[in-house]
Design a protein around this ligand. Structure first.
Ligand code: G3P
Length: 214
């Protein structure tokens, strides 16, 4: 399973990249706002840290505007993936960008039908949101299972990025389902390292080593 980090915080990205555990980065307008910097500056700096798969989201709501923004963002780096919303205009833009060889990540997906349409429009990635479904008491993992089943049935090459991840359990279950990618917030990524028995085991080894060298 590929792991992307879901943040626009460059320090978090650098730390995760140095750990050798991430394959890409996803950002969105909220994450960019939280970073306190503009999209272009942030994407430029991220492109100097990670090797590929850096999602930057367009803000236009019409296909023409999305395509115009996408072409500008692609001037930053070929590592950029263009994030577009799951709308009719978003899929119109996806179709055109796909023809131009520009990779797209169709985001804010909450149904398997939306994922199917995005894939048909030529999306490189689809981003179904788990946490926001859980927030309204809808089974988010069923969505991932349905998308995975449909994409497998028809050998659809579009990759599934599990987004709106809120816990290590989300990552675990998305991996068990066979999703291609999980995009994980820094805090959750660090939580994936932890197990109390690992800490206890290390402490015991250190104590026993100390006894053995006395
Ligand atoms: O990439 C999408 C993700 O950032 C959304 O997460 O927690 O705002 O639903 P969240």
């Amino acid at each position: 399973m590929k792991i992307f980090i879901d943040t626009a915080n460059v320090d978090e990205i650098r730390q995760a990249w140095d750990l050798g555990i991430i394959d890409g980065v996803t950002t969105n307008p909220t994450l960019i706002m939280k970073s306190g910097r503009d999209l272009v500056t942030t994407l430029k700096e991220i492109s100097e840290i990670v090797d590929d798969c850096i999602s930057g989201e367009v803000i236009s709501m019409d296909a023409e505007g999305m395509i115009r923004e996408a072409r500008e963002l692609m001037k930053i780096s070929k590592k950029i993936v263009i994030k577009v919303p799951m709308t009719k205009e978003g899929l119109k833009a996806t179709k055109q960008l796909s023809k131009e060889g520009i990779r797209t990540n169709v985001t804010l997906i909450f149904s398997a039908n939306q994922a199917l349409l995005a894939a048909k429009a030529g999306a490189t990635y689809v981003s179904p949101f788990l946490g926001r479904l859980d927030d309204i008491s809808q089974e988010s993992l069923i969505l991932i299972e349905d998308i995975k089943q449909i994409f497998t049935n028809y050998e659809i090459k579009t990759e599934i990025i599990c987004a709106s991840i809120r816990s290590p359990l989300h990552v675990l279950n998305c991996a068990k389902i066979g999703a291609d990618i999980a995009t994980v917030p820094y805090k959750t990524l660090m939580e994936m390292f932890n197990h109390p028995l690992t800490d206890i085991g290390i402490e015991r080894f250190l104590q026993d080593y100390a006894k053995s060298v006395k």
